[in-house]
Structures are given as C-alpha cells and as structure tokens.
Design a protein around this ligand. Structure first.
Ligand SMILES: C[S@@+](CC[C@H](N)C(=O)[O-])C[C@H]1O[C@@H](n2cnc3c(N)ncnc32)[C@H](O)[C@@H]1O
Length: 224
C-alpha cells in the first residue's frame, strides 16, 4: 500500500474490544447509555467524503482499516465507507484519510446493528463483512451484527446483483452465516476456498490468520 504509515503512529494501547453494551442496538435498550456511537438515519455525503459523493462500497467492522484504505487506493473511482464500533480505530483511520487527502474513503463511528437508514436503497455495489466479532455463545446472540434482520438491511441497500462478502475464522459462525443466508432467501452464494476467486485485499485479521495457520471460511453472496 502506498501510504507511509510511520506518519500515523498507532495509539500505544489499542484495545481489541469495547464495552459489551455498545454492540447492542439502541432499540433493545431501556435507556441510551452516555457513551454510545451516534445513531442517525440521514447523512449528508458532502460532509462525509472529500469528493462529496455517496458510497459504492461498505466495509462493516473495518477494524484498523487496512482493507478499507487498500480498497480506496485500488479503486479511486469508487467511494468506500468503513463502519466501526470502536472509536479508537475510527479516529486513527480518519487521521490517515485526512493526512493522505483520500477523496473516496471515509469512516464512521457507528453500530451497524442500528441499521443503515442513511444509505439509499439499491445503491451499493459491495458490502464486506469480514471477520466480525464472533460472539459464539448463544446467550450473546444479540451482540452479533449479522442476523435475520441485518441481512434484510444488507439486501435493501445493495443493487440487484450486488455482492456481500462474509469471512470468519470460526466454523460455527460460518455455519451460522449459511443458516441466516438460507433462511433469508435473498442471496445466491458460494463458499470460496481459493484466493483467485475471492480476489480481495487482505484484511488485518486475515493476515493474522495466515501468519498463525488459522483456518478461515469465506462466502461470496449475490443479491437476487
Ligand atoms: C475481528 S475485527 C476484524 C476487523 C477487520 N474487518 C479485519 O478483518 O481485520 C471485528 C471488527 O468489527 C467491529 N464490530 C463488531 N461489531 C460491530 C458493530 N455492531 N458495528 C460496527 N462494527 C462492529 C469490531 O469493533 C472490530 O473492529
């Protein structure tokens, strides 16, 4: 990637998780907590992207943003937005975007479990949902952002034939992804086991899995 990251030192203590209640959608809470990502259903893209255009690609749970930034550089004619629950990486990525004057890249501090009312229907080419926080226990199901409701929202914002990419390093979460896809009937999909067919930039988590010989599972879906 053609960015000199020495200009953007990462915070010394980069926390991997945030408070558990931040994962829960506001609709399931009695009161809005004092510290919670802003919830909105409208955005002025002029205020979000330096080029003022709406997004074409969405990276949900963009983490430290390697995939997001790489995509923005690889696709200068596409606008990509990262959505991330943890404020720390959001602030860091925003600094890189500003420093590099990336016209087509933006990042939002937002909990995707609150929907994507701010994204126009049938407008998005690709959604990436790569290595989400797994929350494998059943009792933590409501903290998973991929579920029977959010898949409807993904289908709403995607164009016909638009693509949804799913990846995880946990087999049970992979099976859960398949179950939600089957139940929705909104996507055709294929399990991908070779890199050429996947043909996407490597995320921070995927890099970690590869370096540590951890198996991971990928699904490429197409909106029907
Ligand atoms: C394991 S990291 C993976 C990051 C990146 N996609 C990658 O593959 O390297 C999962 C990320 O999803 C974010 N996340 C989890 N639930 C989220 C939600 N409901 N809304 C937005 N981001 C979320 C977490 O904060 C975390 O940064």
């Amino acid at each position: 990637m053609n960015i000199d990251f020495s200009k953007y030192p990462l915070p010394k203590r980069f926390r991997h998780h945030t408070a558990a209640h931040l994962y829960v959608p506001l609709s399931l809470m009695k009161n809005k907590p004092d510290y919670y990502p802003p919830v909105f259903d409208k955005l002025d893209w002029n205020q979000v992207f330096l080029n003022g255009k709406a997004p074409d690609l969405i990276d949900i749970g963009c983490g430290k943003g390697s995939f997001l930034l790489e995509n923005a550089l690889q696709n200068p004619d596409k606008n990509i937005i990262g959505i991330e629950l943890r404020k720390q990486p959001v602030d860091w990525i925003a600094g890189v975007i500003e420093g590099e004057k990336l016209q087509n890249c933006a990042v939002l501090w937002y909990n995707i479990a609150n929907g994507m009312g701010f994204v126009e229907s049938n407008s998005i080419e690709k959604i990436f949902y790569l290595f989400p926080d797994p929350w494998p226990k059943r009792k933590h199901l409501k903290r998973r952002a991929f579920n029977n409701e959010s898949i409807n929202e993904f289908a709403r914002v995607l164009q016909k034939g638009g693509e949804l990419y799913l990846a995880t390093d946990l087999e049970e979460i992979h099976n859960y992804h398949l179950k939600v896809l089957d139940k929705s009937g909104l996507f055709s999909y294929k399990i991908i086991d070779n890199d050429d067919e996947w043909n996407l930039a490597v995320t921070n988590k995927e890099k970690f899995c590869r370096a540590n010989d951890i198996e991971f599972y990928r699904i490429k879906c197409s909106k029907l």
